[in-house]
Design a protein around this ligand. Structure first.
Ligand SMILES: Cc1ncc(COP(=O)(O)O)c(C=O)c1O
Length: 209
């Protein structure tokens, strides 16, 4: 068995305050980390760390004209061939921002997400769907009387109401994007409170210090 963790948000480990939220990650055989998320480097810098570096040998590949056997080229263990030296972005950012700097940025992102969540909570026609454990939260528009009806509804009524709310969420999200002034992404979730029914929600990532 190989235990892999999608740790796209793994840099939370740099935060003394919030590191505990990733408890268990230390048991992984491999962890993916997206430096273009909480390490704040430009898009496209995803990496995977292996507990046993020789595990990479299982996907190693070579050619006669490039990434030859015995060469130190990391390309022998990646899907891409020729590519830019993206590792320099991570190396430089770690030198310039450093562990303490990342701790501050990450704490700030998580705290901003919490502020956003409390704001949503005070608006009675909005429903906070997932509390921000890290710097991400989801919510949707659901008028207070509709939320009240949902609380007492049977499974069928609940499903019908949620389908309408999901259509509205998609329309609002697309309209906002088309207006070009602000952008909130959307996703689909299966919250326990609605019997694991698939619903569409707004998804916000607070990742801009
Ligand atoms: C947990 C998780 N894994 C993977 C991804 C996808 O990352 P990428 O676009 O770098 O492949 C995301 C993107 O938000 C994510 O949140």
């Amino acid at each position: 068995m190989h235990f892999h963790v999608d740790g796209a948000w793994g840099p939370t480990l740099f935060s003394d305050r919030y590191r505990g939220r990733l408890k268990g990650i230390e048991r992984a055989d491999s962890v993916t980390i997206d430096a273009h998320k909480q390490l704040y480097v430009p898009m496209g810098v995803g990496l995977v760390l292996f507990r046993d570096p020789s595990a990479l040998g299982s996907i190693e590949h070579h050619a006669q004209y490039i990434i030859r056997q015995g060469s130190k080229d990391l390309g022998s263990a990646t899907l891409e061939g020729s590519r830019p030296g993206m590792a320099m972005l991570v190396h430089s950012a770690l030198k310039i921002i450093g562990r303490r700097g990342y701790g501050l940025l990450i704490d700030n992102g998580i705290e901003m997400a919490r502020r956003f969540a409390s704001r949503v909570d005070t608006l009675e026609d909005f429903e906070l769907v997932s509390e921000p454990e890290l710097n991400i939260l989801t919510y949707r528009w659901a008028p207070a009387p509709v939320q009240e009806t949902l609380r007492g509804a049977d499974a069928d009524l609940c499903r019908r109401i949620n389908e309408v709310l999901s259509r509205i969420t998609r329309t609002v999200q697309k309209t906002q994007r088309e207006h070009g002034k602000a952008f909130v992404s959307r996703t689909r979730l299966t919250p326990e409170r609605y019997g694991r029914q698939l619903i569409t929600v707004f998804r916000v990532v607070l990742a801009n210090p």
